[in-house]
Design a protein around this ligand. Sequence first.
Ligand code: PLP
Length: 495
Amino acid sequence: MEDEIPYTKFDSIHVFTEMEANQFREFGKEMIDYVANYLENIRERRVLPTVEPGYLRPLIPETAPEKPDNWEDIMKDIERVIMPGVTHWHSPRFHAYYPTANSYPAIVADILSGAIACIGFSWIASPACTELEVVMMDWLGKMLGLPDEFLACSGGKGGGVIQGTASEATLVALLGAKARAIDRIKKEHPDWSDAEIVGKLVGYTSSQSHSSVERAGLLGGVKLRSLQPDGTNRLSGEVLEKAIQDDLDAGLIPFYAVSTLGTTSSCTFDKLDEMGPVCNNNNVWLHVDAAYAGSAFICPEYRYLMKGIQRADSFNFNPHKWMLVNFDCSAMWLKDPSWLVNAFNVDPLYLKHEQQGSAPDYRHWQIPLGRRFRSLKLWFVLRLYGIENIQAHVRKQISLAKHFEGLLGSDDRFEVTEEVIMGLVCFRLKASNEINESLLKRINGRGVVHLVPSKIRDVYFLRLAVCSRLTEKSDIEISWKEIKEAANDVLSKNV
Ligand code: PLP
């Protein structure tokens, strides 16, 4: 009979080989050494790889190994297979997009998170996972100077949650706003169906907001209007108010607006203090997307850029961009999370627990069910750096951007196209878009520095973001030298 087969029989034929704890200690130490060496010597690597699509498949076998591989071979393959195809985001010469954070405290905390490996969808699924997150979001909210209404410790409805990305936060806020609007309109028009109401909902954002905002509208099945910002690329209250009035006149239901603090293209700041009253007066949920620039609000001197935050319904920024917490850690606060909790509440028996209601069950605050123990890396970063050092990091990166702006100013072939407020400099040669496109191609082709472009009102420009936490003044000067040499080539048609 099958159930008489002793378990040891499987054991003796080695159904699987398990890494022993002692091996883990040894391999783990070797990997930590590798990681420290990689980051310490990252300047020596070419920032952009030279591989072609499909480079990797021929380097490894076509099928998984029948028998275990050995550790030494795996370690060797990191340099042979992986590193040739890595874009080194933490090289001080990587200036593309916006930064993504990387720090030893966060990496160490992620090891612990990997060991605990809980799925903290409800309080009982791992009480520490939920409770540390609640407290960390309060710590972080206080560091930014967020109004008390957003903080769980205020004893009100508000509170914070760690989402995976800013895109998820924008979508989650939109869904909360949608639930709130449907609830309100149903009270006014009990005979209207959900479908009728949803068909009339309309949200607002700037044409300069991140593409994830438009996508949230598509995923949420509602109309989103893209509004024109002013001459300084900032969305104003006046433009928003006019759009809302036009839509009300057309019988639509304005329900959601996104204000961006630190746009992706050029790091400009919407006029939040003007947008807030317009939204509040029209029952429009105001979500603030400060994905990159939000980290700067830990420095009191930059909080003027979030003036009017008390009028917002939800606020989000990414510690995983600029606050030394490795991806993924996107901090979101809501004044009234009950709109999400109620809208997304499915409560099967296997997820219920006795303490329900006395602590957040974060599964209701997000799209997926599962969630990692992400607050650990926030806790480690905040404790091992302290607020002062994180502020110093942000200030240093802004001063490096200003230094680059100064270097550009010393060469009258170049112009800066946007005010430098944070760690991003937007610039171009005083020449046609085509010449600037050639300049970018030349810079990236040389492989020492990596930049990406953007275009606003048909003016093509290059963006230099100070990304790596390892960046020093001398690194910015090397990047500048590269850019100047590429400009020499392009302008002398030596390309
Ligand atoms: N919002 C803004 C203003 C951004 O700059 C970005 C990315 O750079 C995002 C949203 C998207 O961030 P995530 O990758 O966390 O969704």
